[in-house]
Structures are given as C-alpha cells and as structure tokens.
Design a protein around this ligand. Sequence first.
Ligand SMILES: *[C@@H]1O[C@H](CO)[C@@H](O)[C@H](O)[C@H]1NC(C)=O
Ligand SMILES: *[C@@H]1O[C@H](CO)[C@@H](O)[C@H](O)[C@H]1NC(C)=O
Length: 168
Amino acid sequence: MTKVLLATVLIVITFALTRAASTQMKDAMPKEAMTTTTMANQDSSIDSTDIDVIAVMNACNESFRIEMSYIQAMNESGSFLDETDKTPKCFIRCVFTNVGIVSEDGKQFNPARAAFIFAGERNGKPMDDIGDMTAACAADRQETCPCERSYQFLRCLMSMEIEKYEKS
Ligand SMILES: *[C@@H]1O[C@H](CO)[C@@H](O)[C@H](O)[C@H]1NC(C)=O
Ligand SMILES: *[C@@H]1O[C@H](CO)[C@@H](O)[C@H](O)[C@H]1NC(C)=O
C-alpha cells in the first residue's frame, strides 16, 4: 500500500527517479530554460543520479505532514484543497530544496532543474514545452514567504500543465 501511494505521488509530481546522467539532462533542457537559469552553478552540487526522491519525500513528510489528498488535488485541479494551511506548502519547499529546484533560502528557482525533474507525459502526451513553463513560473514570483513561494511555483506549473494538456 505504501508503495502504491508513493508510486502515485511520483506520478503526480513526475519526479525523474531513474533518469540518467547530466549529459542527457543537458540535451533535454530547452534553450530558454538554460539561458534563464539563475542557479546553473549550483547544478553540480546536486547530482541527479544521486537523488532518491522517495527518501526526500518521506523525510520532508516527517517535518511537514502532507496528506495524499492534497497531492492528488494538486495534480487534478492545480491547487491544494486548503490554501490557508502552511504546513503542506512547506512540504513542497522542503522537497524542492532537496531536489535542487529552489535554493536553500527558498528564493531562487532553477527552471532548468525543474524542467528536468517534472519532464514526462501528461494525459498521454509528452510535455515538450515543460522548460518554457518552468521558466515562466520562475520568472514572476512575488511571494516573500519561502513556503508560499515554492507552493505558488508548483501551482503555476500544474495549472499550466492542466490548461495545456488536459483541456486540449
Ligand atoms: C505522510 O505521513 C502520513 C503519516 O504517516 C501519511 O498518512 C501520509 O500519507 C504521508 N504523505 C505522503 C504524501 O506520503
Ligand atoms: C492526475 O490527474 C490526471 C488528470 O485528471 C488523472 O488522469 C490521473 O489519474 C491523476 N493521477 C493521479 C495519480 O491521481
């Protein structure tokens, strides 16, 4: 059961678990995302092949409890059920920090990294413009609270994915 739940989480958040080395990663990175990368120099500190996303999510769930229903709602509607609860938003920040999507202080996004991690299919269609989406969602973040900022980034990305791939 736990495995099924985790598999579901992985589908929803579409983290790349078994994705290969950074050479492939570079090929997969859209030009736009690369040029707008603000944390490119931090990429080397987090090797994509080393990341155990399940472990990251489990660890983050210890500090910031999140129910599966929140993750499912994020997948299906693009937002959490209850947006006043800060804890699940801090779960997102925790995961993002640990997979290299956002800097430690929660301010700087790495759109190329996010594109790499969120790459995949949606509604049976490969998301070929994921880099444009992550760049757009990273570009215009106004939130000062780090948890809110990571949450709104994810909300932006999920909303774009849904708009583009579920409704067409
Ligand atoms: C987080 O942990 C709680 C308590 O163990 C569990 O009910 C919940 O499903 C976990 N969340 C995720 C996303 O695995
Ligand atoms: C995510 O949402 C899509 C579209 O509503 C749905 O087809 C898919 O089953 C959902 N995945 C999970 C694991 O909830």
